[in-house]
Write a protein of this length. Structure first.
Length: 255
């Protein structure tokens, strides 16, 4: 049975009473009420975090020590093998509206056919850029994330950004090209912030739990920035997924 969160009421600096409050509504449609991963079919463009790096090893600190968190029973940890940054969101089965579904195929087309259609476009000569499938992408920790204040978080992330203006330009040009060819419009098209999701939150955290998470994730950002000023990622991959635990590479793309 899940423990019931409690509300702490303070008068000045003195604790007066601790009153139980009702459990909040579950927060993630990607997991069921017990935090078990649900089927969720789609495709996207990502860069996996290379595992044979100190950066990946530092990321694992959250995974290693997550059970020490007081709200551990409210989160679902993602497997480290799934760690990635999303370069551009593509399609999923729950939204087939214009801009979220590729031009040239009907909205009732299967996800399998959608993926095949996009693969043909993204691997065509028209999709080629000045880069190559061997081009590296360089990111760094987003410095304001070292002292951010979380407010009702829905997931637990490490925030990254391009290491230079030229890296930022490459990413924007890549997105512009993909959008022009496919008709897809990523809601975060103009954002240059990237997140590496470590866990999803299935129940709303209390104020104290949010403060605990804030301290933990800020310290992780600082540790990553100190140990790994720059993280080099391989060229983007067009991938499919059936849930949030595993991403299957369909094609490596040039940038």
């Amino acid at each position: 049975m899940k423990r019931q969160p409690r509300k702490v009421i303070l008068f000045g600096s003195r604790l007066i009473i601790d009153i139980p409050i009702a459990l909040s509504k579950k927060m993630s449609f990607k997991f069921d009420d017990d935090g078990v991963v649900k089927e969720f079919h789609g495709n996207t463009i990502i860069c996996h975090i290379p595992q044979q790096t100190e950066f990946f090893n530092k990321l694992l600190d959250f995974y290693r020590f997550a059970k020490r968190l007081s709200f551990y029973d409210k989160i679902t940890l993602l497997p480290p093998s799934s760690y990635h940054v999303t370069i551009m969101n593509c399609c999923h089965e729950h939204d087939r509206s214009e801009g979220h579904w590729p031009k040239g195929i009907d909205p009732d087309t299967s996800m399998l056919r959608c993926t095949s259609h996009l693969t043909n476009i993204l691997t065509s000569e028209n999709a080629a850029t000045a880069g190559s499938a061997d081009s590296e992408l360089e990111l760094q920790v987003y410095k304001p994330a070292m002292s951010m204040q979380l407010d009702k978080p829905r997931s637990i992330n490490v925030v990254m950004e391009p290491s230079t203006d030229s890296q930022e330009t490459r990413i924007k040009q890549f997105r512009d090209n993909v959008s022009s060819l496919t008709g897809l419009i990523d809601p975060s098209h103009d954002s240059i912030r990237f997140h590496i999701t470590l866990a999803y939150i299935n129940e709303e955290l209390t104020i104290a739990e949010t403060q605990e998470l804030t301290k933990t994730i800020n310290e992780l950002h600082k540790s990553l920035a100190e140990a790994c000023p720059i993280i080099k990622l391989a060229a983007p991959e067009f991938v499919t997924f059936d849930d949030m635990f595993y991403f299957h590479t369909v094609a490596k793309l040039s940038m």
